[in-house]
Design a protein around this ligand. Structure first.
Ligand SMILES: C[S@@+](CC[C@H](N)C(=O)[O-])C[C@H]1O[C@@H](n2cnc3c(N)ncnc32)[C@H](O)[C@@H]1O
Length: 241
């Protein structure tokens, strides 16, 4: 079912006081997210505090270090792949509105409840890498943390095109992805191969920074910042003129 139909049914059901339960589509991180949520409930915690411990820190701090000044309290901020909202919970109170897009129905349903009272937001489930409900040129800043490291090059290009379309002129996109073009990246890639063996694919996808730059420029972006570290991550900021 398309985004519009799903949304319309949910809205109609809300009016009638009914609950529409999203079916489980089993995206790779749903199980992990459910585990944090269940454990946090029994311990009276925020699941994202557990997530930050398991996933090496608070992504909002990294965002702050890399993207400070790219959004403010008047901004519309789009986040792709918010998961349980580890970064979202910090960005939401610091902007005017967030548009949250994820291909996991579980994630969208969870955020619809978790973020109530934390700020203005809308969630949209992505059936394909197409932001059908998001109008052209309405977003000031877009980001994706820990997402493109799992996305094939085809979808990366589709998503970059969509993000370019919805950004306002002078808008920016900040994201990270993984590469084997650093010693740490190659080591991580090989460790995954050893761990999984030839029968299984890793959830990680690796892109050369030059390839991503070429795609981004082809879509119309200017590459305003590119940074690699000794691990596997590349950080990129793209600017729409
Ligand atoms: C590894 S999790 C990271 C979640 C969150 N950004 C964080 O740091 O906790 C990847 C997230 O991106 C979403 N995702 C992965 N591939 C996607 C795609 N092609 N389109 C939309 N969402 C995607 C997943 O459902 C999940 O929420």
């Amino acid at each position: 079912m398309g985004n519009f139909a799903t949304h319309a049914i949910k809205k109609a059901a809300d009016v009638m006081g009914l609950e529409v339960r999203r079916h489980q589509n089993g995206k790779p991180w749903d199980q992990q997210f459910r585990k944090w949520i269940a454990e946090a409930e029994t311990r009276g915690m925020d699941p994202n505090d557990l997530g930050d411990v398991e996933w090496a820190g608070d992504p909002a701090r990294i965002l702050e270090a890399h993207a400070a000044g790219l959004y403010d309290t008047d901004s519309v901020v789009l986040e792709l792949g918010p998961g349980t909202g580890r970064a979202t919970r910090h960005v939401l109170p610091r902007c005017w509105k967030m548009i949250l897009l994820d291909y996991s129905e579980f994630v969208c349903g969870w955020l619809d409840g978790y973020l109530v009272g934390k700020g203005e937001f809308e969630t949209h489930w992505l059936e394909h890498p197409k932001f059908t409900v998001v109008p052209d040129r309405c977003v000031d800043f877009a980001f994706a943390y820990g997402v493109f490291e799992h996305v094939e090059l085809d979808d990366t290009w589709e998503l970059l095109r969509e993000i370019f379309r919805v950004l306002k002129p002078n808008g920016n996109l900040w994201f990270n992805f993984d590469t084997v073009a650093t010693s740490g990246g190659l080591a991580h890639f090989k460790a995954e191969r050893t761990r999984l063996g030839p029968e299984q694919r890793s959830v990680f996808r690796f892109h050369h920074p030059d390839d991503v730059c070429l795609l981004a420029q082809d879509v119309g972006f200017e590459v305003s910042h590119l940074e690699r570290n000794e691990n596997r991550s590349v950080w990129m900021t793209l600017h729409r003129q």
